[in-house]
Design a protein around this ligand. Structure first.
Ligand code: PGA
Length: 266
């Protein structure tokens, strides 16, 4: 079945595990996910599936994925802005590249609020990832207060502008629109709200990097995505996938989200 998004972009269903599942649990999870998708004859060329385990799981996931030739992609949840040196506890982008990480999440709202990540740090991390050949998945989103005082798009657009300044033309990157009020709350944005902000983000990419980059870049929605609400988001012209937190920890639930085309009805 062909992709349901416009512009020839391959939809991406990404599972952000956050600080859950150790490396043994990760192996069991990815194995089961691969079986579930294989059973359902999932077409990975039509909808890409990626998981984002904790750092300590990545080597095990790499071994499993390469050993069993799985089509599931994976990435890290954060990265240092520095390439090497005296930065205790940090992980450099070239280390992730060495583990065949296709992606890295940058600027998740939990990093911004709990770890003081500014737009400038997010921009530096984005540049570090691109420099190492790892595709950054840049998260932006407004708080409930921002939404009330400035509307939905203002903050995500402003956050993205700073990151875009560090992205050379022709780079592959992904943007995730995640309203902070929707993350882990069970209260997802409506598909129309997600579309409105995704469109504003795409227009911002066009202004900074040109129409071609805007048309090629995938914009995901994140925040309380589940199997029973994914279809509505995927019907939107500018929403090219989802960044899934809580629901990505259930194999069958996440597998069903990845197979949303079965219930989109196109
Ligand atoms: P949630 O988290 O799906 O549990 O709301 C999304 C995220 O934080 O990426």
């Amino acid at each position: 079945m062909a992709s349901v998004t416009t512009g020839g972009r391959t939809p991406l269903i990404a599972g952000n595990w956050k600080m859950n599942l150790n490396h043994l649990q990760a192996i069991a999870f990815v194995q089961k996910l691969a079986w579930s998708l294989k059973d359902a004859r999932h077409d990975f060329g039509a909808v890409e599936v990626a998981v984002f385990p904790p750092f300590t799981d990545l080597r095990s996931v790499q071994t499993l994925v390469s050993g069993d030739k799985l089509q599931i992609a994976y990435g890290a949840q954060d990265v240092s802005q520095h390439a090497s040196g005296a930065f205790t506890g940090e992980i450099a982008a070239p280390f992730l590249a060495q583990l065949d990480c296709a992606y890295v999440i940058i600027g998740h709202s939990e990093r911004r609020t709990l770890h003081g990540e500014t737009d400038e740090i997010v921009a530096a991390k984005t540049a570090a990832a691109i420099g190492a050949g790892v595709v950054p998945l840049i998260c932006v989103g407004e708080t409930a207060e921002d939404l009330e005082t400035r509307g939905a798009s203002a903050v995500p657009v402003a956050q993205l502008k700073v990151a875009l300044a560090s992205i050379p033309k022709g780079s592959d990157f992904v943007v995730a629109y995640e309203p902070v009020w929707a993350i882990g709350s069970g209260q997802a944005a409506t598909p129309e709200q997600a579309q409105q902000v995704a469109k504003a983000l795409r227009d911002t990419i066009a202004e900074h990097l040109g129409d071609e980059a805007a048309a090629a870049t995938r914009i995901l929605y994140g925040g309380s995505v589940k199997a029973d609400n994914i279809a509505g988001f995927m019907r939107q012209a500018d929403v090219d996938g989802a960044l899934v937190g809580g629901a990505s920890l259930d194999v069958e639930g996440f597998s069903a989200i990845a197979r949303y085309q079965k219930h989109v009805g196109v």
